[in-house]
Design a protein around this ligand. Structure first.
Ligand SMILES: Cc1cc2nc3c(=O)[nH]c(=O)nc-3n(C[C@H](O)[C@H](O)[C@H](O)COP(=O)(O)O)c2cc1C
Length: 202
């Protein structure tokens, strides 16, 4: 069984989402001792923004740009790791109301027609069947339904929508929010999320 673990926070050891994603992975290792984990720190080693050069190369144009070539190799590795995995764990902070740009750069390489989604006579169909996903979400404010900022939530909802589009519907969100409201609020939010992770039975 394989697990792909992604982190995207820029806050290093102070990151909430990194702590939660690591705990999710540790819990999954306990539940599935033979788990094979692939880790990508998308903040430390991001892919380039998708460019015209990428699109041309993906459509078969030759390139002698070594930086672009290396980045295309990285994108191919992203895709291979995703297709091979059974479990996907995404460390996903909210930055400026949405996900960090390196995580978006990863998404831009794995949303590919014919590989992760396709079109049928009745519309698009996700091709990533049978995978389980966890989103380790951290955010400074509170965005749950009914809160004043709920309409500004474009982080979890984006990831859930995107993964659903690709066919990943077995999805668990572990969330620590309101972490900017002070140390007590942060500790309470993190501890509640850690409790949720400890209670995972699959
Ligand atoms: C660059 C940056 C942008 C942020 N933007 C938002 C935001 O739009 N809304 C919010 O609620 N919190 C925002 N925050 C607070 C983070 O969501 C919060 O610190 C969270 O813990 C980030 O996850 P991390 O600790 O894993 O990096 C921002 C933090 C940073 C560093």
């Amino acid at each position: 069984m394989k697990l792909l673990h992604l982190d995207s926070s820029v806050l290093g050891a102070n990151s909430v989402s990194r702590r939660l994603s690591a705990e999710i992975v540790a819990r999954q290792k306990t539940l599935h001792p033979s788990l094979e984990v692939t880790y990508r720190d998308l903040s430390a080693d991001p892919a380039l923004h998708l460019s015209g050069g990428h699109m041309a190369a993906l459509q078969g144009s030759a390139t002698d740009d070594a930086t672009l070539t290396a980045d295309l190799v990285k994108g191919n590795a992203y895709m291979a790791e995703l297709l091979a995995t059974d479990i996907l764990v995404i460390g996903a902070p909210m930055y400026n109301l949405t996900i960090p740009t390196p995580l978006k750069a990863w998404i831009d390489r794995i949303v590919v027609a014919g590989k992760t989604f396709g079109y049928t006579a009745s519309g698009p169909e996700g091709l990533l069947k049978g995978k389980r996903a966890f989103i380790a979400s951290a955010r400074g404010n509170v965005y749950v339904a009914g809160s004043p900022a709920a309409a500004l939530e474009h982080q979890e909802s984006y990831l859930i929508g995107l993964l659903g589009f690709l066919g990943v519907t077995d999805l668990t969100v572990v969330r620590a929010e309101g972490v900017a409201f002070g140390p007590d609020a942060r500790d309470a939010a993190v501890n509640a999320a850690l409790g949720q992770i400890a209670g995972l039975t699959a």
